[in-house]
Design a protein around this ligand. Structure first.
Ligand code: 475
Length: 835
């Protein structure tokens, strides 16, 4: 590789290469320089935001140096790289993470205090990067942190949405959505205006003969939209390795305006063309676990897949290797089916543009991709209507038909007796209109398919992909249980606990090897340790109580048991079960004498989470929670015994405050519906216990921490089908205490009962699909057990500490190592030592 600076001049260059800061004074110098010059502010108008900006820019300079070196190192090393394709990256804030990963937070804190600012205030000025909905998007962000920290040569590819997930406001108890424009000041991205890709849409396919007489397909006409790269540095923890997240923005292809139209007076239509192009990357679809088949969503998917693949192929071609080496140099992981179009797109590049024959190309394609499934909910499985697809991507439709034809021929030969099999496994569903089943395409085009927790990985093999296990054999399917990054979710969110652990374990090694936490079991009975552990939990609760007071105007007692359920609002996650349980508790308190009430364990029920804007049932649940809060929190009979809080606008940075402050968190999905869950891991790692169903990763958490340290309840996944059947066709009587809850609601105890009738009727009249009534008694009983357990404080803290000590398995580092070994076949690439 040629360097652009000739040898004789390199000494001069190197002499002036920035070195970055190491002392508080050097940091201050950089920070002030940025505030005065980059931002053109001064001593007289430097507020907390400007100081955040100066701090971020100082750290950015530092990251860029590491980032450049890493990218150079990766290019020279010429080894296999991983590309993680995800339509969502729920990154949260970057500054705190950057300071901790670089190991300079203390230096900056000292510098900031000398300038008259508090670190906490500065860090909280940053706008969350909220380019995701929930679990799937946050998992992608944890993976990027682990990939960088473990020195894997890896890139993330996503979309640069101008608007991330909406901001949630609660007005009169209802959710109101406000746009999240987050790009006013974003120091963490670098626009690469020189890195662009033209992306084609619509048009038609023509067939020609080439010189050898073989027919070639050419996709012609239609329109072109330009993809522009924006790069975000992803720093690893205690390593110089800094990976790249490349996000694509859409732009009109012919510059800003179509000048011909502009000059001929069609001003409005030329502006409209431009806006239409920019619409592609304008906004994140706000649905979690739901696909609605909208054309713009399909456009987003193709735009991003095509730009990313062009980039990956361009990088591969620079190595001058032969095409058969492609899968030894490139691993592409599909985060759910959203990037499945990358499969027919790579086939198209290889066949139509590079002239490979079909079989050769397909063998390369199907060795390159891995596919991760994140849900079995039928409404979340992507299907695209054939007419829509035909219109937007005519050549890809042909390619998908050919992939399907070859596949079905193979199935026919292998299972000649099973005629129904063909229609069951076909990529095309013979409905009206015909639909393309993206999960089947992703599976057929990948060499490995994985679920995200053991139960889930078993379930996909017996339900949605059952026939494919027969066709491909069981080895194509595997499990990689999810994990979380301990850097953000312990060290950053709970610095005091991280310090306490470090003081016992002799340093922060556990942040790189979380299994070391097991040594904490030696301190379970250590009086001093227990005291500090409790004090930390209490301080975290005081901090959350302060936030609740500011945000909701409600005073909560930090000594009460904090019971938390924060996640997207969804019927399958069953926030309705939780709030019905709260009403049940409220009714019980009302029936007690003042003496009895005094003996209760005071409780604060804390909810948070967004409902998809079009999901009425979820919005009704939010409304009910707020109405119950209004009644309970103002009831003099109740006092501290019960408070009900709905925290507005739950996001990553709020999660960093909430997670360390919980005593009990709720992971109570109908068994078999939550693929894994990852917040369950975050709460346990921070010394909170959980109440949960035998679902997703709860099962493996139980296996690791022990049955005595978790509160499990409810029916098992294997019984769900029969129970649903009994609701529809059997004789079924409602649990009497749930009936009492419904009576209270219909009596208007929480306002106009008609607001909540759909919620109640879904259970009493329409089959109770999520089995709330079946699990209600067991849920309430388990909540009572929790009260009892909390009264025995000694045992309670033993459970909490033991839980933390046994969470080592759930690091996303373990998870990434498993992907690297079982699916990607890539090795880490340690940073080059400076010579
Ligand atoms: C699971 N999102 C969690 C988490 O593996 C799991 C689907 C379609 C359209 C838009 N968003 C989605 C999801 O399916 C999703 O977030 N799934 C979640 O993935 C990480 O821990 O159980 O629900």
């Amino acid at each position: 590789v040629e360097a652009s600076i000739p040898e004789p001049q390199r000494a001069a260059w190197k002499k002036f290469t920035p070195k970055g800061f190491t002392t508080p004074e050097e940091f201050e110098k950089e920070c002030v320089r940025h505030i005065e010059t980059t931002l053109a502010r001064s001593l007289y108008n430097c507020d907390e935001f400007a100081t955040y900006a100066g701090t971020a820019l100082a750290f950015r300079d530092r990251l860029v140096l590491d980032w450049n070196k890493t990218q150079q190192n990766q290019t020279f090393a010429d080894q296999k790289r991983v590309y993680y394709l995800s339509l969502e990256f729920l990154m949260g804030r970057a500054l705190d993470n950057a300071m901790l990963n670089v190991g300079m937070k203390d230096v900056a804190a000292k510098g900031l205090s000398e300038l008259g600012f508090r670190m906490e205030d500065i860090v909280s000025q940053e706008h969350d990067a909220a380019l995701g909905n929930g679990g799937l998007g946050r998992l992608a962000a944890c993976f990027l942190d682990s990939l960088a920290s473990l020195n894997y040569p890896a890139w993330g590819y996503g979309l640069r949405y101008r608007y991330g997930i909406f901001k949630q406001e609660i007005v009169d108890g209802y959710q109101v959505e406000v746009p999240d424009y987050w790009l006013d000041f974003n120091p963490w991205e670098f626009a690469r205006h020189d890195i662009t890709v033209d992306i084609q849409f619509y048009g038609h396919v023509s067939k020609y003969q080439d010189d050898n007489g073989t027919s070639i397909s050419v996709w012609e006409g239609g329109e072109i939209v330009q993809a522009v790269a924006y790069d975000v540095p992803v720093p690893g923890y205690q390593t110089e390795n800094t990976n790249n997240l490349r996000l694509w923005a859409s732009k009109a292809a012919s510059g800003e305006f179509d000048f011909q139209k502009f000059n001929s007076g069609e001003y409005e239509s030329s502006v409209a063309d431009q806006q239409r192009a920019e619409t592609i990357s304008a906004v994140l679809y706000p649905n979690d676990n739901l696909e609605r088949g909208k054309e713009l969503r399909l456009k987003q998917q193709y735009f991003w897949c095509a730009a990313s693949l062009y980039d990956i192929v361009r990088r591969f071609k620079k190595t001058k290797r032969s095409w058969k080496d492609f899968p030894t140099q490139v691993a592409i992981q599909l985060n759910d089916t959203h990037p499945t179009l990358a499969i027919p797109e790579l086939q198209r590049i290889l066949v139509d543009q590079e002239g490979l024959d079909w079989e050769e190309a397909w063998s390369i394609v199907s060795k390159t991709f891995g596919y991760t499934n994140h849900t079995v909910l039928p409404e979340a499985l992507e299907k695209w209507s054939v007419p829509l697809f035909q219109h937007l991507l005519p050549r890809h439709l042909q390619i998908i038909y050919d992939i399907n034809l070859n596949f079905l021929h193979y199935v026919e030969r292998t299972f000649p007796k099973d005629r129904d099999m063909l229609s069951r496994v076909s990529i095309i569903e013979e409905s009206n209109p015909k639909m393309i089943r993206m999960a089947f395409l992703a599976l057929i085009g990948s060499h490995k398919v994985n679920g995200v927790a053991e139960l889930h990985s078993d379930l996909i093999k017996t339900t949605i992909f059952k026939d494919f296990v027969k066709v491909f054999g069981p080895d194509k399917f595997t499990n990689v249980t999810n994990g979380i990054t301990p850097r953000r979710w312990l060290h950053q969110a709970n610095p005091r606990l991280s310090e306490l652990i470090a003081s016992k374990l002799g340093g922060h090694e556990f942040l790189k090897d979380l299994t070391l936490l097991h040594k904490l079991e030696n301190y379970v009975d250590d009086k001093e340790f227990r005291k500090e552990f409790q004090e930390i939990k209490y301080a975290n609760k005081v901090r959350l109580a302060k936030h609740i007071k500011e945000a909701n105007g409600v005073s909560v007692n930090p000594s009460a048991l904090f019971d938390v359920q924060v996640k997207r609002i969804h019927e399958y996650k069953r926030q309705q079960l939780n709030i019905f349980g709260v009403i049940h508790r409220y009714l019980a308190i009302k029936a007690m004498s003042p003496e009895e009430r005094k003996k209760l364990v005071p409780r604060v029920s804390i909810f948070g989470g967004k409902a998809a804007p079009g999901y009425w049932m979820a919005k009704t649940v939010i409304h009910l929670i707020n109405q119950v809060g209004k009644v309970v929190n103002n009831d003099k009979d109740v006092g501290d015994a019960l408070k009900v809080i709905f925290l507005e606008d739950y996001n990553v940075s709020k999660a960093e405050i909430i997670t360390p402050a919980s005593d009990i968190s709720e992971h109570i999905s109908t068994a078999g519906t939550e693929a894994s869950g990852t917040s369950n891991m975050k709460f346990c790692l921070n010394g909170g216990l959980i109440i949960g169903t035998c679902d997703g990763a709860n099962i493996e958490i139980t296996r690791e921490i022990g049955e005595n340290n978790i509160f499990l309840f409810g029916n098992l996944a294997e019984d769900v089908e029969d129970l649903r059947h009994s609701h529809l066709y059997g004789t079924y009587t409602l649990d009497s205490s749930l009936q009492a809850v419904f009576d209270a609601i219909s009596d208007g105890m929480f306002g106009d009962a008609s607001h909540f009738s759909a919620l109640v009727n879904g259970i009493v009249e329409h089959g109770d699909y999520y089995l709330v009534s079946d699990d209600f008694a067991s849920y309430c009983k388990t909540q009572d057990l929790i009260d009892e357990a909390y009264k025995n404080q000694e045992e309670w803290w033993t459970k909490c500490i033991t839980t933390v000590a046994r969470m080592g398995f759930f690091s996303s580092d373990r998870c990434i190592d498993e992907y690297a070994e079982m699916i990607w076949n890539v090795e880490p690439l340690p940073p080059k030592q400076e010579q």
